[in-house]
Design a protein around this ligand. Structure first.
Ligand code: G6Q
Length: 544
C-alpha cells in the first residue's frame, strides 16, 4: 500500500482546495456555466470501450475536475490500481487478492500470482463451462428419463444471484427462447414454490451457485430442490443428471451429493459481488451460449484496459467515481440514482445496489481508523421512462440533491414504429430539465396565475451523467458493469477503505442462527434477548 493513502483524507492538499472551491461553486448555476462556455457540452465528455460519457451537466468547472484528479493522485489511485491488477492482497481485512479483472483477461495473457497462472486456470474453467453449455443447448445432455433439459434454475443468493438474474434479463434478446431460466434466492419458500410449480423435474437442471456452499438460504433451497427432484424421479442416481454446482468448496459439494465432475470452480480472489463473469455466470452462458458469454468478457476486459491505461482526465470510471465523491462529501448528497432507459436493464439498479453499497458501505479506513468523510452513497433506480411517472418529481423539485446517471442506447433491439426515438428523447429531456429547470419568468410568460407560479418553477442545477452506447450487446453490458466496478474502486480508494470485504452482513446471520431453535422448539424457550426481541418471538410463536 502506498504511504500517500495513509495521509488522512481531509488533510490532503487537494481536499483542502476542494473545500474552498466548493464554497464558491455552490452558488453557481449550471445555466451560467453553460452560457459562459459554449464548448462545455463537448469538452466535458469521455469515451472508452464503446461507452460515451457526457458529464458536462455536473456542478463542476475545469478547476473542479483538476482538483478531483489531483485528489485521485494524492490518494494513490494509480498505484492501487496497479496493485489490484498485479494480484497484491489489497483486500486487507480478508488478506486476499482482488482479481475479478483476471476473469476476463484473454487466453493469450498470463498473470502469475503465488506461482500460479490464474489466467490459464480461468480459461480451463471457461472451457469446461462451454462444453456443458453446448451439451445442454444442443439437447445432448439428457435428464434421468432421457429427455433433454428445458429448464435451468439457478439457486444462489447475493453475489451468486444478482449478477446472473441481471445478465439473463439484460441479454434476453440473445438468449435461447426455447429454454426456461429461473432464479431462486430467497429462503422464503414462496420463491422455490413459484419457480418450480409448472416445471417437470425430468427436464430441469439445477445450478447450485455458492462460493462457500454453506450459505443458509442457498443450502436450504438446494436441499428442497433435491427433495423435489427425488419425489418426481424417485432415484438417487437422478441427482447427477439434474444438479451441477458452482463453488470454491469441493468438499461440501461432494457431501451434498453432486459429482465434482459437474462442479465448476472459482477462487477466493473473486468476491461474490464481482463474480458474475466467473463460473457463477454458468446460467448466463447456458442462456446466451459460450460465444456471447466470451463477448461479454471481452467487453469487461476492454473497459479494464481503459481503466488501467487511460490518463485519469479521460478515464470514465475515474471521472464517475470522483463525481460521486464530490457530491457525497461536499454537497452532502446521500444517494445516486441510476436510470437505464432500457427495459432489458430493469435489474441493473438492483445489481448495482449490491456492487456499490456492499463495497463502499464502510466506516473504517484500511488501517482500521474511523473514516473522516462520508463513504458509499445509496444507489438505487428504475428503468426510464417508468421512473419519470413515479419518483422523478422529488429529483426535480424536492429539497434533496440527487445526482443521476441516465443510460441510453443509439439503437433498439426491438425496432417498432418510433418507440425508440420517444424513449431517447426522454433521456435528453430529463438531463436538460434537471440541469436548466424553468425560471419564474418563464412560468409567468406562459400566463400562469401568480399564486401557482412558485409551484411550477423548476430550480434546475440538478446534476446528471448521460451514458450512451450504440446498442445493448453482451460486449456493451460487460463494459457497463466494469465501468461501475471501477468507479466503486475509485471511490473506495479516495476514502481509503476496503471495498472488497463485507463484515457488515455477518452479525444478522449469527443472530438468526441463535433464534431459529427458539422459533422451532416445542417447549417454551428461555428467551434472553432484549424485551422487544423477546416479545416479537413470543408473538410469532403464538401465530405460527
Ligand atoms: C458478495 C457477498 C454475498 C455473497 C452471498 C452468497 O460479495 O459476499 O452477497 O455473494 O452471501 O454467498 P455464497 O456464494 O458463498 O453462497
Amino acid at each position: 500500500m502506498s504511504t500517500t493513502t495513509m495521509i488522512p483524507l481531509r488533510t490532503r492538499p487537494a481536499w483542502r482546495a476542494l473545500e474552498t472551491h466548493y464554497e464558491e461553486l455552490d452558488k453557481v448555476h449550471l445555466r451560467d456555466l453553460f452560457a459562459g462556455d459554449p464548448g462545455r457540452g463537448e469538452r466535458l465528455t469521455a469515451e472508452g470501450a464503446g461507452l460515451y460519457l457526457d458529464y458536462s451537466k455536473n456542478r463542476i468547472t475545469d478547476e473542479t475536475v483538476a482538483l478531483l484528479l489531483q485528489l485521485a493522485e494524492e490518494s494513490g489511485l494509480s498505484e492501487r490500481t496497479e496493485a489490484m491488477f498485479r494480484g497484491d492482497r489489497i483486500n486487507v481485512s480478508e488478506n486476499r487478492s482482488v482479481l475479478h479483472v483476471a476473469l476476463r483477461m484473454p487466453k493469450s495473457e498470463s498473470l502469475v500470482v503465488d506461482g500460479v497462472d490464474v489466467v490459464a486456470e480461468v480459461h480451463g474453467v471457461l472451457d469446461r463451462m462451454s462444453a456443458l453449455a453446448d451439451r445442454i443447448r444442443s439437447g445432448e445432455w439428457t435428464g434421468h428419463t432421457g429427455k433433454p433439459i428445458r429448464n435451468v434454475i439457478n439457486i444462489g443468493i447475493g453475489g451468486s444471484d444478482l449478477g446472473p438474474v441481471m445478465a439473463y434479463e439484460a441479454l434476453r434478446h440473445y438468449s435461447r427462447r426455447d429454454l426456461v431460466f429461473r432464479f431462486v434466492s430467497n429462503v422464503d419458500s414462496t420463491d422455490f414454490a413459484e419457480a418450480t410449480r409448472d416445471l417437470a423435474a425430468d427436464e430441469t437442471l439445477f445450478v447450485i451457485s455458492s462460493k462457500t456452499f454453506t450459505t443458509l438460504e442457498t443450502m436450504t433451497n438446494a436441499r428442497t430442490a433435491r427433495e423435489w427432484a427425488l419425489a418426481a424421479l424417485g432415484d438417487e442416481s437422478a441427482i447427477a443428471k439434474h444438479f451441477v454446482a458452482v463453488s470454491t468448496n469441493a468438499e461440501e459439494v461432494s457431501k451434498f451429493g453432486i459429482d465434482t465432475d459437474n462442479m465448476f470452480g472459482f477462487w477466493d480472489w473473486v468476491g461474490g459481488r464481482y463474480s458474475m463473469d466467473s463460473a457463477i455466470g454458468l446460467s448466463t452462458m447456458i442462456a446466451v451460449g459460450p460465444g456471447a458469454f466470451r463477448e461479454l468478457l471481452a467487453g469487461f476486459h476492454e473497459l479494464d484496459v481503459h481503466f488501467r491505461t487511460t490518463p485519469l482526465q479521460r478515464n470514465l470510471p475515474v471521472l464517475m467515481g470522483l463525481l460521486a465523491v464530490w457530491y457525497g462529501d461536499f454537497f452532502d448528497a446521500q444517494t445516486v440514482g441510476v436510470m437505464p432507459y432500457s427495459q432489458y436493464l430493469k435489474r441493473f439498479p438492483a445489481y448495482l445496489q449490491q456492487l456499490t453499497m456492499e463495497s463502499n458501505g464502510k466506516h473504517v479506513t484500511l488501517d482500521g481508523r474511523a473514516v473522516d468523510s462520508q463513504t458509499g452513497a445509496v444507489y438505487w433506480g428504475e428503468p426510464g421512462t417508468n421512473g419519470q411517472h413515479s419518483f422523478y418529481q422529488l429529483i426535480h423539485q424536492g429539497t434533496k440533491l440527487i445526482p443521476v446517471d441516465l443510460i441510453g442506447f443509439g439503437r433498439t433491439l426491438n425496432p417498432i414504429r418510433d418507440h425508440h426515438d420517444l424513449l431517447m428523447s426522454n433521456v435528453f429531456a430529463q438531463a436538460e430539465a434537471l440541469a436548466f429547470g424553468k425560471t419564474d419568468a418563464e412560468v409567468r410568460a406562459e400566463g400562469t396565475p401568480e399564486a401557482i407560479v412558485p409551484h411550477r418553477v423548476f430550480e434546475g442545477n440538478r446534476p446528471s451523467n448521460v451514458i450512451l452506447a450504440e446498442k445493448l450487446t453482451p460486449h456493451t453490458l460487460g463494459a457497463l458493469i466494469a465501468l461501475y466496478e471501477h468507479s466503486v474502486f475509485t471511490q473506495g480508494t479516495i476514502w481509503g477503505i476496503d471495498s472488497f470485504d463485507q463484515w457488515g452482513v455477518e452479525l444478522g446471520k449469527v443472530l438468526a442462527k441463535r433464534i431459529i431453535p427458539e422459533l422451532e422448539s416445542i417447549d417454551e424457550p428461555d428467551l434472553r434477548h432484549d424485551s422487544s426481541t423477546n416479545a416479537l418471538i413470543r408473538r410469532y410463536r403464538a401465530m405460527r
